[in-house]
Structures are given as C-alpha cells and as structure tokens.
Design a protein around this ligand. Structure first.
Ligand code: NAD
Length: 324
C-alpha cells in the first residue's frame, strides 16, 4: 500500500522541498503549516495532485490527522535568527509543545518520527569540526537560546519517547542549507548577500568576516534525510556539507558569481554568533552511505538563477528592513 507521510512546516523552505521529494517517490503527502514564516506559493504546484493534502494548522495546539500515517517529519519551526528573535515564544512552543503533540500522534498511528534538529545544538562550538557526540556550548539565557534550547529539548523528548514508549525515532542535525525558496530577507548570510548583489546594495558582513560557515545544497540535504528516515539509526546524525569557508571569502565568491561591483561593509557581530561551523559527517557517510554531491559553485549558480527571476518590486519587498 502507498505509504503516507505527514510533513510539518510544509510551506517553508525545507518542508516544501521534502514534500516534492516524497511526492516524486510515490508517497501520499500530508502537509501541515500555520504559515507564520512559510508561503503557500512554495506548495501551489502540489495542490492539484491527488496524493497531496494540506492543513493550515498550528502544531503547538493539539494535532489530529484522520487515517493512517507511516512517517511524521517535524520541520515546523522558525529557523532563521531574524524570525525566532521576532517570535521567541512561538519558537519555544513549536519545539516543545509542538514536538510533544506530534510525538503523541506518532504513538497513536505507530508512525516513525523524524525531527529537524540543528547544528545550533552545538552553540558556539569549542570542538571543530562538530561530531555528534559533542554536547555543545549553548548560552541557555542568551538571545539565541529560544531556538537552541527548544531544539535541544526537542531532541530530549524525542529520545524519551523512543526509550520509554518504544517509538521509532530519528534525529537529523541540519547544518546551514540553501537553495531556491529561501527568503531573501530571512537574515541568513547567503540569501542576504544574493539579495544585496541583485539590488546593487553593498554586501554587509557582521564581525570581521573570519567566522566560517559550511553550506549544503538543499537536494543533498533532502536525500540525506530520506536515507536517515529509512535507516534503523536512532542517535542524532549530522547532515551538512563540510566544505567550510570564511564569510569574507564567501562574499568574494558572491561578487564573482553575480558580477556585482558593490563594496563590502562591516557591522559588529551579534551576541553569541558562532565563530566556526563545520559538520563532521563521518556517521552519515558510514551509516547512510551519504555525502553531498552538489558543489557550492554549482548550488550557488542554481540559487542565483532562481532569485535572478525576481522582479524589482519583489527584490524591494524582500529587502532586510532592520540591520541585524
Ligand atoms: N534551513 C536550514 O539551514 C536549517 C538548518 C537547521 C535546521 N533547520 C530546521 O529545519 C526546519 C525548517 O527550516 P526552514 O529553513 O525550512 O524554515 P522556514 O521558516 O522556511 O520553514 C518553517 C516552516 O514552519 C512553519 N511553522 C512554524 N511554526 C509553526 C507552527 N507552530 N505550526 C505549524 N507550522 C509552523 C512556518 O510557517 C514555515 O513554513 C526547522 O525546524 C529548522 O529549525 C533548518
């Protein structure tokens, strides 16, 4: 029988790509989202399909889905600092109450449950690159804690349901991912630079640009998540691209790609901003036979082509109106 999967956060960047992936694999997909940071435009191509259903629902409230479910992928959560600092309580709620509600649903349906955790559980890491057995360096009361601690709680309650209720669970720790359908004004460095280059604005770097990030193209991430879901591995697994780059070098890459002639300007680094980010993906390589295939050069080109189609009005509307 065709398997049925519930994807929360379906109208967001990653959720919508996951919906596409599962539909293409022949699954029946139930998308759920309250549209707090998502956009139905990301799903409009799926609405005519028989295998796709959508519920506009806040998963921090009780969740009911009629019929059987084989898998639940919990991706609902504000994900960029700009979002979770604007809606901190909702962020804490969706990571805690939302996860609890969906774990209850998974238990009732005997569905396998996968959560979208994050490299942010490592905080500002003192271990580099980050392996899954590193416990992290998170400030529990700092501005980013609403997201980081919600995700750490999400991992804890998911593991507890596995241990105490025998629920089949999977935990993916996602490192910075990019691609079409990101929002240009979500405050993350990659869409910010692309948006600035397209508008002819200066590129803004926070700090001295020596901090590093590692960017994974979205199709690689989705493939890794699928392999983890179907594996029998319960402990957390990092999925990301270990190809690390400093933000200054990354700004140069964007300038080269877009042919822009803007200056790079520097702003102070926000509090608790991680200085280094690079996943150790030995586990994913070994257990899932997975590694990223799309180089940054290739992925950036696809992403840039997507945003290049934006009209001047769209670019103006997606301008970051707050320095961050
Ligand atoms: N994009 C990344 O690089 C990255 C990295 C690490 C982890 N993640 C995780 O992946 C998931 C998706 O991230 P994204 O980048 O696609 O973000 P996104 O903001 O594009 O998508 C999140 C979606 O969740 C929805 N949502 C939020 N709260 C909800 C609620 N209470 N009920 C129902 N829907 C709700 C939003 O409307 C949105 O559509 C998040 O859980 C995030 O923490 C993403």
């Amino acid at each position: 029988m065709t398997k049925r999967v519930l994807i929360t956060g379906a109208a967001g960047f990653l959720g919508s790509h996951l919906c596409d992936y599962f539909i293409a694999k022949g699954y029946r997909v139930v998308g759920m989202d309250n549209l707090i940071t998502g956009d139905l435009k990301n799903l409009e191509h799926l609405f005519p399909l028989e295998n796709f259903e959508f519920y506009n629902h806040d998963v921090s409230n009780y969740v009911h889905v009629a019929g059987s479910l084989d898998y639940i992928l919990h991706f609902a959560s504000p994900a960029s600092p700009i979002d979770y600092l604007k809606i901190p309580i909702q962020t804490l709620k969706v990571g805690s109450l939302g996860t609890h509600n969906l774990l209850g649903l998974a238990k009732e349906k005997k569905a396998r449950f996968l959560i979208a955790s994050t490299s942010e559980v490592y905080g500002d890491p003192t271990v580099h690159p980050q392996t899954e057995d590193y416990w992290g360096n998170v400030n529990p009361v700092g501005p980013r804690s609403v997201y980081d601690e919600a995700k750490r709680f999400q991992e804890a309650i998911t593991m507890a349901y596995h241990t105490f209720h025998g629920l089949e669970t999977r935990i993916v720790r996602i490192f910075n991912t990019y691609g079409p359908r990101m929002r240009l004004n979500d405050g993350r460095v990659l869409p910010a630079f692309i948006g600035q280059a397209l508008r002819g604005d200066d590129l803004t770097i926070f700090g001295d640009g020596s901090q590093t990030r590692s960017f994974c193209y979205v199709s690689d991430l989705v493939e890794g998540i699928y392999r983890l879901l179907l594996s029998d591995y319960v402990e957390p697994v990092n999925i990301g691209n270990p190809d690390e780059i400093t933000i200054s070098d990354f700004a140069d890459e964007i300038v080269k790609l877009t042919g822009s002639s803007q200056k790079v300007i520097y702003h102070p680094l926000p509090q608790d901003d991680p200085k280094q980010r690079q996943p150790d993906i030995s586990k994913a390589r070994q257990l899932l036979n997975w590694e990223p295939r799309i180089s940054r050069k290739e992925g950036l080109k696809i992403t840039y082509e997507y945003f290049k189609k934006f009209t001047a009005k769209q670019l103006e509307e997606t301008k970051l109106n707050k320095e961050f």
